[in-house]
Design a protein around this ligand. Structure first.
Ligand code: MG
Length: 341
């Protein structure tokens, strides 16, 4: 075969619990699995389209089909050039680009016969502890989920609804573990955000993620000057070009492969954030073990990890990283490091 073949399938993922955020609720998720084949080697990637960023399975498939036509002549061993061509396929649709770049880097790892973390010179011993996320729910279900999460030393709690106090009270009724809090843009004015952060500072909270809407950057900077907990940007940052303008409003950024448009951009973002003195968190969407294992290959570089998306799925089609007492455990398989179940 003298060209690079790109194919895809839409994968319906059933969720263990309905997934509730301050912006909506879901019982299943449709992700797109991409395969990039050349010289008998097949690299795999995953897209988790997110409505927050105007992405659907259909828009994702459309970009992958465009890539299959436009990138066939490029050789994946030249992954830097290939990766640039993926980013130039059009505006937005970073989940689709992430799947293509992930399949590309999986191909590279398999072709060069090395796990991706080793390809990047990272030590598997230096992986962080990942949080387990507890979505917005009734106090009864929250207590149940916190009890189910007994192996995880740090939990991430979704806030940003009118029930914030009840949610934290439910968590604190069953555990005194440190918590990370994610408001998902749910606090709509700076006084509310500051009041909530001051309260959370007394609740053994490590940091607060995206307290206010991304568009309210000046208000977030105002809150940060008065808040005693670190603020981490999530919805405020997708790609590296947006990082410099955030440095005054946030203490760190949550990098997600799906937002960045690929592993190569995520790696650049990690170094850019470190250069600017920002803390780095590595997060995820609801993804199978394919997407999570790919992100985990970068995890030895980061301060905080929230790589639990695969644990929310009933029918994960892949087996990849393990989690032991909350610590991410990489394996020695080539590329991203997953096999089909
Ligand atoms: Mg978040």
């Amino acid at each position: 075969m003298k060209h690079t073949e790109i194919s895809y399938e839409v994968q319906r993922l059933e969720l263990k619990h309905s997934w509730n955020l301050s912006r909506g609720s879901w019982d299943f998720k449709e992700n797109v699995i991409v395969r990039l084949t050349r010289e008998g080697i097949s690299g795999w990637g995953e897209a988790a389209p997110n409505s927050r960023y105007d992405e659907t399975p259909e828009s994702t498939v459309a970009l992958v089909e465009k890539a299959a036509e436009g990138l066939a002549a490029l050789h994946p061993a030249e992954y830097v050039r290939f990766g640039e061509a993926i980013q130039q396929l059009g505006d937005g649709q970073t989940a689709a680009k992430a799947a293509l770049d992930m399949a590309l880097m999986d191909w590279v790892g398999k072709s060069f016969k090395t796990p991706l973390h080793r390809f990047w010179g990272l030590s598997a011993a230096e992986t962080p502890i990942t949080t387990l996320t507890i979505g917005i729910d009734t106090p009864e279900v929250i207590r149940e989920k916190v009890n189910e999460a007994k192996d995880f030393p740090i939990l991430k709690i979704k806030l940003g609804s009118r029930d914030d106090r009840e949610i934290i009270a439910a968590v604190r009724a069953v555990t005194d573990k440190p918590l990370c809090v994610d408001a998902n843009e749910g606090w709509k004015d700076r006084e509310t955000a500051l009041r909530n952060i001051k309260w959370l500072a007394g609740e053994n909270v490590v940091f607060v993620e995206q307290p206010m809407p991304a568009a309210m950057l000046d208000d977030i900077a105002w809150v940060r000057q008065r808040a005693s907990l670190p603020l981490i940007a999530d919805e405020s940052v997708k790609q590296g070009s947006e990082i410099p303008q955030l440095a005054a409003a946030f203490d760190g950024i949550n990098i997600k492969v799906m937002k960045s448009g690929g592993l190569q951009e995520a790696l650049r973002m990690i170094w850019m954030a470190k250069t600017l003195g920002l803390k780095v968190m590595l997060g995820c969407m609801v993804e199978t073990s394919l997407g999570i294992s790919a992100a985990a290959a970068l995890s030895p570089l980061v301060d905080y990890a929230d790589l639990d998306g695969h644990l929310l799925i009933k029918n994960d089609p892949y087996r990849g990283i393990a989690i032991d007492g909350g610590k991410i455990v990489l394996n020695d398989m080539f590329g991203v490091g997953v096999v089909e179940r």
